[in-house]
Design a binder for this molecule. Structure first.
Ligand code: GLU
Length: 415
């Protein structure tokens, strides 16, 4: 089957929302496409002395509410259409959380797993060399995403600062805590998702202390989701997977041990005391909560009828296609959509920008409290809209978020 194009999915989601909100044609058209996108070519000197040419992108989707904001992905299968979709989702995400920011996303087609630290550093600096004139703390602020991390953010911030001739910590977020990063940013995506999950469990009458959980993807979001779900709520994590396959133990997995195994062996597979499970099987397990933490398009019309979880919490961006949304809604599965569920990352990124600007850093506890307040309020905004208009949680999130962007464009006199 041809893989669904994430940008077409993203436009279809917007079209549904435009019909619900009765958006004027000009507003709708403006929101259907990115405001600006930049394609760059990055030559990188490799360790063997050869020069490899990489393709990089930055999509600045919409800045009506403020400077564009969103991560940078390093992935071999990166496409411009995926980045357009991800940049649009960032626009709805920042708006939904009431952040004074627009949405953007960037990426480089590369395989970071096959590159040395030196090669990765030169690629990261090369990306900034090509894009510096389009970035800035009040223009566009990148952050980590799939296969990028705080060290990469540190190199990028340093390169940008060298180009502009002064320290500009606020040009990028997700930096190491020793270099202008915010306390609490590392696990913010997962923590925010779990605060929302706590409220969703109340709504569904689910006791988290006895709930079973399956997690697809074991990167930053997946690992912290597993670890925090155990530590904060006492959930039982029965299945975990990564790009190579999955593991299952009905008595519960220990997230830290699984991470240790992955670090040593490159994957969670064959972790002692577990039985193998494929990524496809994991999605259909009989669990209370399913947490996709990997890539797009994993819950489709094919497997949605077989999903048995009561709650699907989208820690990944774009895991569910629209046809599957309808099936899950009809089955009564409570889906916490990505633009809400994983917005903890960008929310703490915003806190990081504020702290950089003031050069005054908050204790971790304050970051957690501020995150909890914002994301919990956003959950209830979405839930109330979903009940009021009898629409699914994603459509509800879109109505809240898109309306704010549309209103901002009108106030600015764009449309
Ligand atoms: N990459 C994350 C996301 O998809 C965080 C973006 C940010 O912090 O700007 O939400």
């Amino acid at each position: 089957m041809k893989e669904k194009n994430p940008f077409e999915i993203c436009q279809a989601q917007l079209d549904q929302c435009a019909a619900i909100l009765k958006l004027e044609p000009a507003v709708h058209q403006m929101l259907r496409v990115p405001m600006r996108e930049i394609h760059v070519t990055i030559p990188v000197r490799m360790d063997d002395g050869s020069t490899q040419i990489f393709r990089g992108f930055r999509v600045q989707y919409n800045n009506a509410l403020g400077p564009t904001k969103g991560g940078i992905r390093f992935h071999p299968d990166e496409t411009i259409d995926t980045l357009r979709a991800l940049a649009a989702w960032m626009t709805w995400k920042t708006s939904l959380l009431g952040l004074p920011l627009g949405g953007g996303k960037g990426g480089v087609i590369c395989n970071p797993k096959a590159m040395s630290q030196g090669e990765l550093e030169r690629l990261s600096r090369g990306y900034i060399d090509q894009l510096a004139q389009f970035l800035g703390p009040d223009v566009d602020i990148p952050a980590p995403d799939v296969y990028t991390n705080p060290q990469i953010m540190a190199w990028m911030m340093d390169q940008y600062s060298k180009i502009v001739g002064k320290n500009q910590f606020g040009v990028i977020t997700g930096k190491p805590v020793g270099l202008g990063g915010s306390p609490g940013r590392e696990d913010a995506t997962a923590r925010g998702g779990l605060y929302v999950l706590r409220e969703a469990a109340k709504e569904c009458g689910l006791d988290l202390s006895s709930a079973t959980v399956a997690i697809q993807g074991y990167g930053n979001a997946g690992y912290h989701a597993a670890s925090l779900a155990c530590r904060l709520f006492g959930c039982k994590i029965v299945a975990i997977s990564d790009s190579q396959g999955g593991i299952y133990n009905g008595d519960g997995l220990v997230p830290e041990k699984v991470l240790e195994h992955k670090k040593k062996n490159g994957s969670v597979i064959n972790c002692p005391g577990t039985v193998p499970v494929s990524n496809e099987e994991l999605l259909e397990l009989k669990v209370d909560i399913l947490i996709p933490c990997a890539l797009e398009n994993v819950i489709t019309e094919k497997n949605a009828p077989a999903i048995r979880a009561k709650i699907v919490a989208e820690f990944a961006n774009g895991p569910t296609v629209p046809e599957a949304d309808d099936i899950l809604y009809d089955k009564g599965v409570h889906v916490i959509p990505d633009v809400l569920c994983n917005s903890g990352g960008v929310t703490v990124s915003y806190f990081e920008m504020v702290q950089n600007l003031y050069m005054y850093y908050w204790p971790e506890k304050e970051v957690y409290e501020k995150l909890d307040q914002r994301i919990t309020a956003a959950y209830y905004n979405v839930l109330n809209a979903s009940k009021k208009y009898r629409i699914n949680m994603r459509q509800a999130a879109y109505t809240v978020a898109v309306k704010r962007v549309a209103d901002a464009m009108k106030m600015r006199g764009w449309v």
